[in-house]
Design a protein around this ligand. Structure first.
Ligand code: NAD
Length: 292
């Protein structure tokens, strides 16, 4: 058996088209346009790529994009002042401070400085708390994207067991909360879990978010299970290669022959993250302005 490949690129494109149509409808009816501000501190090459791609996709769906670049040695107070200015700016509906931040900046302090109503990353404790107690709010983009991919396979999660590998605040924990809300029976595993392979083999759904290249092997997967691979890992370059290959946290070829459905890396969860950022920006815009 070979698993169905969950096409994150196509699902993300469809989501962006839906968002673009809604943005156009709102512009025609209300003459208003959502705006997303992205703040980049320093010049980490991976962050540069993400920020560029976020700006392009924001404009492509008809929203306004505001980019703010600060030097790597910017004092924390200056970054906090910029966040405060964006909180007050009525043209800005969503604020995203690209992580990771340089070591001299307290990331939690910056996250908490963002107005929860504009927190399109869904990292503010108010939004994390709302997710935890089942109130509407802004949900972190990668977990939300992972759920949408799972919903392309499963109409109902009742009775399904989900094992989440990884307990980070930005992926593992919110994915677990979302699946719990969907009535799955959820187990969160992490670096101190015993017998990870045995635990995974019990799961109808595996979400891998550990950042360890190809940790999850084919024989960890229950036949027919759905596998969402959040990991993005670059392998060292092989002989003759300029750059190493990108792989996920799952050994794709092995898992593909056992799973019922699986996301590839790249082309799975990755494209969903920015599409969900745009979805969150539209949600924040509508909530702030009372537009439906
Ligand atoms: P993190 O380092 O914050 O957390 C990793 C988690 O994995 C920790 O909870 C840790 O306990 C667990 N872990 C580590 N080694 C383990 C092991 N051997 N066995 C079991 N658990 C182990 O990472 P993160 O920010 O949650 O990201 C995880 C992965 O997802 C990374 O590869 C990252 O690049 C990727 N990611 C992708 C996207 C996307 O858009 N697709 C977004 C965010 C993160």
């Amino acid at each position: 058996m070979s698993a169905r490949i969950i096409d994150g690129k196509a699902i993300a494109q469809h989501l962006r088209e839906t968002i673009a149509a809604d943005v156009a409808r709102i512009a025609a009816r209300h003459g208003a346009q959502p705006g997303l501000a992205v703040v980049l501190v320093g010049n980490d090459p991976a962050s540069e790529v993400y920020v560029g791609s976020k700006a392009r996709q924001t404009v492509a769906v008809g929203m306004r994009s505001f980019e703010h670049r600060l030097p790597a040695d910017v004092p924390e107070t200056e970054l906090l002042a910029l966040v405060e200015q964006l909180n007050r700016d009525d043209a800005v509906d969503g604020i995203l401070v690209q992580l990771p931040l340089p070591a001299h900046i307290d990331t939690n302090r910056v996250i908490e400085a963002v107005d929860p109503g504009k927190d399109v990353d869904g990292f503010h404790p108010v939004n994390a708390g709302r997710l935890m107690i089942g109130l509407p709010g802004l949900v972190a983009c990668t977990p939300l994207g992972s759920l949408l991919l799972l919903q392309s396979v499963h109409a109902d999660f009742s009775g399904l067991s989900a094992v989440i590998l990884g307990r980070s605040n930005i992926v593992g924990k919110p994915v677990a909360q979302l699946l719990l809300q969907q009535n799955a029976t959820v187990t969160i595993a992490h670096s101190r879990t015993r017998d990870l392979p045995g635990l995974c083999r019990t799961a109808d759904i595996v979400v891998a978010a550990v950042g360890r290249p190809e940790l999850v092997r084919g024989d960890w997967i229950k036949p027919g299970a759905t596998v969402i691979d959040v990991g993005i890992n670059r392998l060292p370059p092989a002989a003759g290669e300029a750059k190493g290959r990108l792989v996920g946290d799952v050994a794709f070829e092995e898992a593909k022959s056992v799973a019922g459905a699986i996301t590839p890396v790249p082309g799975g969860v990755g494209p969903m993250t920015i599409a969900c950022l745009l979805r969150n920006t539209l949600q924040a815009f509508k909530a702030r302005r009372g537009i439906d």
